[in-house]
Design a protein. Structure first.
Length: 749
């Protein structure tokens, strides 16, 4: 059709003889003349516009030349600053890794027997960090044991005096970088571990940096003003003395060290953990020289600059992508870490219906035993076996990661709990088949599962799965997070948030449970038990809030609150002239462990504040706090502190920990409370045990209380055994103070 239209136009075009004015002269109609004049005016206008535009372009090019020069200077300066900072970071990482490795090794050697220190151990440690050599030295005996090249060590030991005081990073010029860390040896002499890295390793790191021919790279020890390394570009003619003069003008610590000094851009960045500076110097005038020399290929330079900029941008983007990938990758397994896992979860769950997705968290039970029994390398291999077995089981839209030391997280796309259980069971069985063949052993997992739809998002699902998994000690049994657990957690969160306000408002109140004397002429005593009158939920029992407060560390506040309430009650009885009952108060094992050896002082201050006579209040300590033999001295100091300020001490749950007789030998207490397990499913044998424990306690001048008693027959038997006091529902449940006063008066009558 295009050709047909063209042919028609050609056919319609008239010949010259047929057109008006085609004679001996040219006839131009008035309309055509005006049109021609208008075209001339338009042409002139366009020419003027072109001239003006050309002038503007030429002026712009001239201005752009100056701006380009200045912009190039700034771009190069920023580029050099970034590269220098990155190089300093690489060197810092290398130094920090060496220092931490040697410090950890020193800590390990300080805690292990001396005979385990062997050259084989040192060789393996040196290989792990790619060190040239490693040595153990003492202040008196020099080198105790060494592996590898330690030729520079002797001279350095003579010059470096602080090696025995703190970890150091030093160097022997043109030879080695040395990492040292002190520790106390069995012989009592000051000892240190020294790791030796080739000087060439750091030098190679500097040489691999992106140096231009017009740059100078210096690694400077600011402590000695000595150049550890100096690399000059091929086009640099600056003598060393001029470089020294330039560096002398660097700003001091704490000031900006990316500056222009004498027409040279200088970037100086500290190497973390040392007194070293990584410095890059670039003269700005080299750009000016090149711009003047190559002005005729200005546009080519622009294109080259754009190419350099594009390449730089590409490298930066690629480096950022690589860095992001590293941040999302687990170095041990090669798979994604927790952050990478959450990223995949976001992609998969957003593309699909989250109702079908669940998160399973698996924690290897007692992994420390595996590391201590088989060694760290084998432990890492087991973690790799676990990861790759789970990874092989993942389908499309599913993921797995190692999160933390021995935790694994799975994103599963299954509709039913049974399907999830079968998949996890199958995977754990395959894992144990491999481990059984290799190590003649098996492992167990604590497993928690939570559906993402229940938690709301993958991150919350992981937290919920970990929580429910902790409720199972192991056994490869899947525990599922459900609405009931969610309600429990919601209640715990509500209680945790309202605890402080309830303490201030005194919403916690005490109930007293009588401890009746087996000899009727003696007054009864009581144990104080706390209840929570919650503003919204009413009375809450201790089983709902005590474990929560033990987990979040606030149990100590409640212990002190209850103790002060008991002191306030005793002081009120004294003021009103009423009978004063001796009351025992519980103290949590968590509070005791975290409070330190001076915890008794807080109790003594409260007791003195209310002027409570000595011997009127007794503290009950659960027996489980005393079974750690390594804490005997710690516990003795605390018990002696309580007794010194006039408080009695009772040992609660006696007999529960199967080490009770040892406790009687080690600790002086006023009372022992027989655990209620003694009185469940009683027999003649158990009663003989109780009778002998009572006689033993009496021989040590201790009072004996039997708790959890519910039958009159048990009461008569305990009286025959001469048990001092009996506590339990056979007499009374825990009751408010007002009811207890009435009960006490009736009982004493």
């Amino acid at each position: 059709m295009g050709r047909e239209r063209t042919d028609r136009k050609l056919r319609k075009k008239p010949e010259a003889a047929d057109r008006p004015g085609s004679g001996s002269f040219l006839f131009i109609p008035e309309g055509k003349k005006n049109e021609r004049d208008m075209k001339k005016q338009t042409g002139k206008l366009l020419t003027a516009v072109l001239i003006i535009m050309t002038a503007l372009i030429l002026g712009g090019l001239c201005w752009n030349t100056f701006s380009l020069q200045r912009g190039l200077n700034q771009t190069v300066a920023q580029y050099v600053a970034d590269n220098n900072r990155q190089l300093a970071d690489h060197i810092s990482f290398r130094i920090r890794a060496g220092r931490e490795f040697v410090t950890d090794l020193a800590d390990t050697l300080g805690r292990m027997p001396g005979f385990l220190l062997t050259q084989d151990l040192l060789s393996r440690k040196a290989a792990a960090m790619e060190l040239e050599g490693i040595a153990v030295v003492s202040e008196t005996g020099g080198v105790k044991m060494a592996f590898g090249n330690t030729s520079s060590l002797e001279r350095w030991l003579q010059e470096e005096g602080e090696i025995w005081e703190k970890p150091l990073v030093s160097y022997v010029k043109d030879q080695n970088i040395l990492f040292s860390a002190p520790y106390a040896s069995e012989e009592g002499s000051r000892t240190a571990v020294v790791g030796i890295q080739e000087y060439q390793d750091i030098q190679d790191l500097v040489k691999r940096a992106d140096h231009q021919k017009n740059e100078i790279s210096i690694l400077l020890d600011t402590g000695t003003d000595e150049w550890m390394m100096l690399e000059k570009g091929a086009d640099i003619l600056m003598p060393d003395e001029q470089i020294r003069t330039l560096l002398a003008q660097l700003p001091g610590p704490g000031e900006e060290r990316h500056v222009n000094i004498g027409g040279n851009f200088v970037a100086a960045d500290p190497v973390e953990g040392t007194k070293w500076l990584q410095i890059t110097v670039i003269p700005f005038d080299f750009l000016t020289r090149r711009a003047g020399k190559y002005a005729d290929i200005y546009f080519l330079l622009i294109l080259t600059a754009l190419a350099v900029f594009g390449a730089s941008l590409f490298l930066i983007v690629r480096a950022a992508a690589r860095k992001e990938q590293m941040l999302l990758t687990d170095s041990l397994t090669g798979g994604c870490n927790r952050d990478g896992f959450l990223k995949l979860c976001g992609e998969y769950v957003n593309r699909r219906n989250q109702a079908g997705y669940s998160v399973a968290c698996l924690n290897v039970s007692d992994f420390r035993r595996i590391n201590s029994y088989w060694g760290e390398e084998e432990g890492n291999r087991i973690l790799q076996i676990i990861y790759h077995t789970f990874s092989e089981d993942m389908g499309e839209g599913e993921a797995v990661c190692r999160s933390g030391m021995d935790h694994f997280v799975l994103l599963l796309k299954e509709k039913t709990d049974e399907a999830i259980t079968l998949r996890i069971r199958s995977a754990t069985e395959r894992i144990n088949e491999v481990i059984r063949r290799r190590y003649l052993d098996t492992i167990e997992f604590a497993i928690g599962v939570c559906r993402i739809a229940v938690a709301g998002n993958p991150s919350k699902a992981i937290s919920s799965a970990i929580f429910v998994g902790k409720q199972k000690a192991g056994g490869n049994v899947c525990a599922f997070y459900d609405e009931g657990i969610a309600s429990k957690l919601s209640l715990e969160k509500e209680l945790e948030e309202s605890f402080d306000a309830s303490i201030q408002n005194r919403d916690f109140f005490i109930c007293l449970q009588p401890k009746v004397a087996s000899r009727r002429q003696e007054p009864c005593q009581a144990e104080a038990l706390v209840r929570w009158l919650h503003p919204q939920r009413g009375v809450i029992g201790p089983d709902q809030f005590i474990p929560l407060l033990e987990r979040n560390g606030k149990i100590g506040e409640l212990d002190l609150y209850v103790f002060e309430e008991v002191c306030r009650l005793s002081a009120e009885w004294i003021r009103r002239g009423k009978s004063v009952t001796e009351i025992s108060v519980n103290i949590s094992r968590f509070h005791l462990k975290n409070g330190g050896t001076q915890i008794w002082k807080k109790y003594g201050q409260i007791k003195e504040k209310y002027r409570i006579p000595d011997g009127m209040i007794e503290l009950e300590l659960t027996e489980t706090i005393l079974i750690d033999t390594s804490q005997v001295g710690f516990v003795k100091e605390i018990l002696n502190g309580f007794r010194s300020c006039g408080l009695k001490v009772a040992l609660d749950d006696f007999g529960f920990a199967y080490s009770s007789l040892t406790m009687l030998k080690e600790f002086e207490v006023d009372t022992i409370k027989l655990d209620r397990s003694f009185f469940l499913n009683e027999s003649k044998r158990s009663r003989k045990v109780v009778a002998n424990v009572i006689r033993l306690a009496h021989s040590l001048d201790m009072c004996v209380v039997a708790e959890g008693i519910e039958e009159e027959e048990q009461v008569e038997a305990l009286r025959e055994m001469r048990c001092d006091r009996i506590q339990g529902y056979v007499y009374s449940r825990p009751i408010p103070v007002e009811e207890f006063e009435v009960w006490r008066d009736e009982h004493e009558k």
